[in-house]
Each structure stands twice: as structure tokens, then as C-alpha cells.
Write a protein that binds this ligand. Structure first.
Ligand SMILES: [Zn+2]
Ligand SMILES: [Zn+2]
Length: 280
């Protein structure tokens, strides 16, 4: 028939059992990423209003009923501003570590159903395995997530997500190595940050070891993290005024070419609109 595996007769890709990643939006004015199958998905962070997240799910063609849980990376507003209202609206549990729960609970920012995870321990959220890991960032107890899913064809796919981190620690390197898809921060251009009109204090905080990953460090880290299995890289949390999509795309494409991995699909998250779903 000459038809690719996984294609149905009408030409639509058969998504049964496959796992998709949809960056609903990313940047200092809000972050939310959906990871899941057509039946069951996890929302990583809810840094937009409920209304905005539902609108973006609709734009991306995703049914909010498939969202089974909300996972929180850390307590910053651009990751949690819609957390309580959205989780209660969808009637789903929020997974977060104890320090983050304590902080958000005091401010009435978390939904009614909560489950506390340990930042170093894997937990199961059927049909996913979630492995949180600590990241160096100036929040209470920030984490990234490694999400594994065994597809119906028996293949296990790994998705690594680290959106706010000042540097790539040994632990981060170990967790994010050779993921099928990698979602990594690429926050700012060092020169644009230096020449911006931000206060010296803020510049130091953003550019520091517990701030946000700059373009050069992100792209260098990327080269070490991609492995034989890696097929997709999504760079995210770009600064609105201290970065430029063109610079990021050029740097990352050049680095992937340099290491002989131009086969990897590169995407760059947007603040104001969802990206097309990446299917694994
Ligand atoms: Zn943050
Ligand atoms: Zn952030």
C-alpha cells in the first residue's frame, strides 16, 4: 500500500497510544504545558487564568476533559496564577512538593485536591511515571519533571521538562539525558540583558546561578543532553525584552548541525499562543 505505519485510511495520523506535548504558552507572563495521550493528560503548571488555559486548549484542539492532574514546578506566579481556579473547575488533583504547597496554601492559590510528592522520588500517575528533580532556581523548592510513558507498541518514551533554572546541574544533566523530547529553558541573550533598562539587582538575579538559563548556556547544555533517542527539542521561557526568537533559532540550529543532529525537530515556544502538538 505504500502507507506509513500509524496512518489511517483517510490519511489522519493514528494517535492511539501515542503521547503528545503541547506548549500552551511559555515566558515570564505565563507557562503551561500539556503532556498526554488522547485519553489522559497531565498539565505542567498553570501560569495563565482558567479562561486563558481553556481557550488555548481549544485553539490546540485539545479536550480539557482529558486533563487528569495538574503538576506544579514551583511557586512563581508565572507558573501558578491560574492553578487553584483551573484545578477546581476541572475537579482534578494538584501534585506539588510540601514547600510549594505550604506557600501556595497560605495564599489560597492551590485547588481543593492536593497530593504531595517528594522532589527526589518517582510516582505513578497512570499511564505515566513522573520523576521530579530539583533545579537550581530562586524559588522555594523548584523542580523539573521527567515523564515516561509506555506506548501501546511497548516502546517507552521519555519527556524531560526544565523551564526555570540558573544553570544545568549534574542532577539536571542526569535526568534530562537522552529524552525522546526535551523542553528546556532558553531565557535571555546575555548582551540584551546587560543593555536592558532593568535594575542591576534584577540583572544579577536573572543571570545568576539560581536565575534563568541564558541562550549560550542553554544551547551548550542541549548539545550534551541530546542522545540517540532524542527527536524533538523545544526551547521555552524566552524573555520578552531580553531575547529574540531569531537569535535562539540560529544558535540552536547551528549547534544541532555542529553535533550532526540536524534530524532533531526544533521548536521555540511562544508567550501568546500554543505551539502545535508534538506527537511521540
Ligand atoms: Zn521561576
Ligand atoms: Zn518562570
Amino acid at each position: 500500500m505504500g502507507m506509513d505505519m500509524g496512518m489511517t485510511l483517510d490519511g489522519d495520523v493514528n494517535l492511539d497510544g501515542r503521547v503528545g506535548i503541547t506548549i500552551l504558552g511559555s515566558g515570564s507572563r505565563g507557562n503551561a504545558v500539556l503532556v498526554g495521550t488522547v485519553e489522559s493528560a497531565l498539565l505542567i503548571d498553570a501560569g495563565f487564568s482558567r479562561k486563558e488555559i481553556l481557550a488555548r486548549l481549544a485553539t490546540a484542539g485539545l479536550d480539557p476533559c482529558v486533563v487528569k492532574a495538574l503538576l506544579i514546578t514551583h511557586d512563581h506566579g508565572d507558573h501558578v496564577s491560574g492553578a487553584r481556579v483551573l484545578a477546581d473547575h476541572l475537579d482534578i488533583p494538584t501534585y506539588l512538593n510540601a514547600a510549594t504547597l505550604k506557600h501556595l496554601g497560605k495564599r489560597n492559590l492551590v485547588g481543593a485536591k492536593t497530593t504531595v510528592f517528594d522532589s527526589g522520588s518517582t510516582f505513578s500517575l497512570h499511564p505515566f511515571e513522573v520523576r521530579p528533580f530539583s533545579v537550581p532556581h530562586d524559588a522555594l523548592e523548584p523542580v523539573g519533571f521527567l515523564i515516561s510513558h509506555t506506548r501501546s507498541d511497548g516502546m517507552t518514551v521519555k519527556i524531560g521538562i526544565a523551564t526555570d533554572l540558573g544553570h544545568v546541574s549534574m542532577l539536571v544533566s542526569a535526568r534530562l539525558a537522552d529524552c525522546d523530547a526535551l523542553v528546556l529553558e532558553c531565557n535571555h541573550d546575555v548582551k540584551l540583558l546587560r543593555t536592558s533598562d532593568r535594575s542591576l539587582n534584577l540583572k544579577r538575579r536573572i543571570g545568576g546561578r539560581f536565575g534563568h538559563l541564558n541562550n549560550v548556556d542553554a544551547v551548550e547544555a542541549l548539545a550534551g543532553l541530546v542522545g540517540a533517542k532524542t527527536r524533538h527539542v523545544c526551547l521555552c521561557h524566552l524573555s520578552g525584552d531580553c531575547n529574540d526568537r531569531g537569535i535562539v533559532e540560529e544558535l540552536a540550529s547551528a549547534k544541532l548541525a555542529e553535533i550532526g543532529r540536524s534530524d532533531i525537530t526544533l521548536s521555540i515556544a511562544e508567550q501568546n499562543a500554543p505551539l502545535e502538538t508534538i506527537w511521540l
